[in-house]
Design a protein around this ligand. Structure first.
Ligand SMILES: NC(=O)c1ccc[n+]([C@@H]2O[C@H](COP(=O)([O-])OP(=O)(O)OC[C@H]3O[C@@H](n4cnc5c(N)ncnc54)[C@H](OP(=O)(O)O)[C@@H]3O)[C@@H](O)[C@H]2O)c1
Length: 284
């Protein structure tokens, strides 16, 4: 059995729409619009590259929306301690995975809580590949303006606000995007309007990187195509929750998504296909 040549370069070529280069590196998209490797995986490490295939655009489906959420959580379901310490719940292999997901995405999106507490850069500094546009949901303009993604100039940043925000940025790399409130909510932004505003800017492949409130809202509103949860062998006891959703009374009504499991260092990544179980919590 031969080895795949350079899987990461093949994935980057496919993400950039260069199907010829991707095919030359052993990755092609079939008539069923699914990407496949020409060589089967010869090890668990090689198999891990397949987690990125659903995020790639196929010929004729360029611009089709694909939204993937990720949370790295403890065995007891927390993504950070009560004080917000989350560096790092998951191990180094998962951090590399996050940078790869960013490199394949058009945009990476996080909530106000994550930017306020973590001050993340959301770049791809750990892997070869372009840094995506950064998107922050900050309806109330509460995130301090000195945060790195507003000042470092590493990639453009879109700040989603409700209409009428007085705050302004001098930096040309920061764009304010006014988004209407969700129906029946004075504050929560309409996430379908957020994703439509991103699509209008050519940002169709969206990686929702946290925190728990933000990923939960995307899930609850039926906007995620896939949900990746990486579970680390760690027990925090109490803290900031990963998913928080309306209660399910009967286990028969609980969501049991089709999924693949990928070992990732000491952690395990569950890659859930939410389109295979469409009715999910969207109506709640
Ligand atoms: N382990 C991980 O995978 C991971 C990943 C990211 C972050 N974290 C950690 O998680 C913590 C932050 O997570 P979090 O769940 O508390 O907060 P978060 O999801 O980062 O941010 C939540 C806030 O974002 C805004 N937001 C989210 N959805 C919105 C919507 N539909 N419309 C309008 N605004 C919306 C709201 O801001 P307003 O409150 O201003 O309305 C909301 O309170 C931090 O401690 C961070 O370190 C962990």
């Amino acid at each position: 059995m031969t080895h795949r040549q350079d899987p990461w370069r093949a994935l980057l070529a496919a993400a950039s729409g260069d199907q010829v280069a991707a095919r030359a590196l052993g990755l092609s998209c079939g008539s069923d619009q699914r990407w496949r490797w020409s060589e089967p995986a010869s090890s668990a490490e090689e198999d891990l590259w397949s987690v990125y295939l659903p995020f790639l655009p196929c010929a004729g489906s360029q611009g089709r929306s694909c939204i993937i959420g990720h949370l790295g959580q403890s065995l007891d379901g927390f993504i950070a301690t009560q004080t917000g310490d989350s560096r790092f719940v998951t191990g180094p292999d998962n951090i590399i995975h996050l940078h790869r997901m960013r490199a394949l995405a058009d945009a990476v999106l996080v909530g106000a809580g994550t930017v306020a507490i973590d001050d993340p850069r959301l770049t791809t500094r750990l892997v070869p590949g372009p840094s995506p546009v950064r998107v922050v949901l900050d309806p109330e303009a509460r995130v301090p303006t000195d945060r790195q993604l507003f000042t470092d100039g590493c990639a453009p940043t879109l700040l989603c606000r409700r209409p009428g925000s007085a705050q302004r940025f001098d930096d040309a790399d920061v764009e304010l995007v006014e988004v209407p409130a969700a129906r029946g909510s004075a504050v929560g932004l309409d996430l379908a309007a957020v994703t439509a505003a991103l699509r209008a800017r050519g940002l169709s492949r969206l990686f929702v990187e946290g925190g728990g409130v933000t990923v939960s809202q995307f899930l609850q509103q039926g906007l995620l195509d896939r949900l990746q949860i990486t579970v680390a062998p760690l027990i925090i006891g109490a803290g900031r929750r990963g998913l928080t959703l309306p209660a399910t009374e009967r286990l028969a009504d609980a969501l049991r998504p089709a999924h693949q499991r990928y070992p990732m260092g000491e952690d395990v990544l569950f890659d859930c296909d939410l389109r295979a179980n469409r009715p999910l919590l969207a109506s709640s």
